[in-house]
Write a protein that binds this ligand. Structure first.
Ligand code: NAD
Length: 335
């Protein structure tokens, strides 16, 4: 069993949940991120986003400071920064989640993705190889499937037609990991997350943005007439899958890929209806045309993951949204 884990991106949504869970399970866990735990700031534009800074600062307080977890503040884009953390911590599993996320953001600023997602990923990969980390689990994305109508999405489907630069960086990561396996026999597992939501969620994602606007009586902008369908996946399900994989090192041997989604796509309109019901408010919806980088549907085959884990929990959307809304109302009381 793995004992020492290093998680990158711990100031982030999924990373902060994961570290808490790994710590509770008794692992020796360390985390790294570019974010300053005192301020929540991690980049030159971050001071313009005080809500994001508060969220990151409080995530770090909860998953690092309060638990006494070792934290390394580094930028993975800088040569040797990640390698020096690996050299100090000597993990037997790295879970790499640090990245610039967001399909929509990659339409506005694709260059923001180059250093963290391509250069940074190469640094992580190379450090794991040179310092002989036995296995690397890293975040990929459902976006690699691009524009597909055939469901469910299976790991062997073609993924060479990305609809966004973000998706292209995630696809590139999978190919880089494959090359390190071919060249050096490095063991890795790319986890294709499908629209993760829940408490401490990302401010740039629909659940957070929609909920805050609905609570304030402000309009929400919904693309593609709300007919886009997404395989929404509750964050605890994702964390359970990752911890399950960490506990089973034997399942990570080649350059593997696995979906993390439940094969239960829901229309965005239905999602909004459920969310508004939990918020006890009427949404004001402004429909907008589908955006270029948008895909009409995501739907994961979960067979491979279930084969690896034996079984996998599924939190119903209604329950997940109830937890999310409770958290949001406590985190940002406005009533
Ligand atoms: N949340 C989702 O629905 C979803 C879906 C598919 C894939 N993913 C992927 O999962 C991973 C985690 O996603 P998340 O939702 O927690 O995102 P997040 O933005 O909340 O977390 C990412 C973290 O990475 C850190 N980071 C970014 N650039 C860095 C750098 N150069 N050096 C060090 N740290 C850096 C950020 O500060 C942030 O704390 C990402 O790789 C993302 O692309 C997420």
């Amino acid at each position: 069993m793995s004992k020492k884990i290093l998680v990158s991106g711990v100031a982030g949504f999924i990373g902060s949940h994961l570290v808490k869970s790994l710590h509770a399970l008794g692992y020796e866990v360390a985390g790294c991120d570019k974010v300053d735990p005192q301020t929540g700031l991690g980049g030159i534009h971050d001071s313009a986003e005080p809500v994001l800074a508060r969220l990151r600062k409080e995530r770090l307080a909860a998953c690092v400071t309060q638990l006494g977890v070792k934290y390394f503040q580094i930028d993975i884009g800088q040569a040797d920064a990640f390698a020096s953390v690996v050299a100090q911590w000597q993990p037997d599993t790295v879970v790499h989640l640090a990245a610039q996320a967001g399909v929509r953001h990659s339409m506005q600023a694709p260059m923001d993705f180059v250093t963290p997602n391509l250069v940074g990923f190469a640094h992580v990969l190379d450090a794991c190889h040179r310092l002989q980390v036995p296995r690397l689990l890293y975040a990929s994305s459902s976006s690699v499937y691009g524009m597909r109508s055939q469901v469910p999405f299976v790991e062997t489907d073609r993924t060479d037609q990305p609809q966004s630069f973000y998706a292209a960086t995630k696809m590139a990561n999978e190919m880089m990991a494959y090359a390190y396996h071919s060249q050096y026999g490095m063991a890795s597992l790319g986890m294709r997350f499908f629209t993760v939501y829940g408490p401490w969620g990302r401010t740039d994602m629909a659940p957070f943005m929609f909920a805050q606007n609905i609570r304030r009586g402000l309009p929400i902008k919904v693309f593609g007439e709300g007919k886009l369908r997404r395989d929404f996946t509750y964050v605890d399900d994702i964390v359970e899958a990752i911890t399950g994989l960490v506990a089973r090192p034997e399942v990570v041997h080649g350059a593997e890929i696995v979906n993390m989604g439940h094969q239960r796509p829901v229309e965005v309109n239905t999602f909004i209806e459920l969310l508004a019901r939990h918020l006890n408010r009427q949404p004001v919806i402004e429909y907008a045309p589908m955006q270029v980088a948008d895909v009409p549907l995501t739907c994961a085959s979960e067979d491979r993951l279930v084969g690896m884990l034996g079984s996998w929990r599924e939190t119903p959307l209604d329950t997940g949204l109830e937890h999310f809304v409770k958290w949001l109302q406590a985190w940002d009381p406005m009533d």
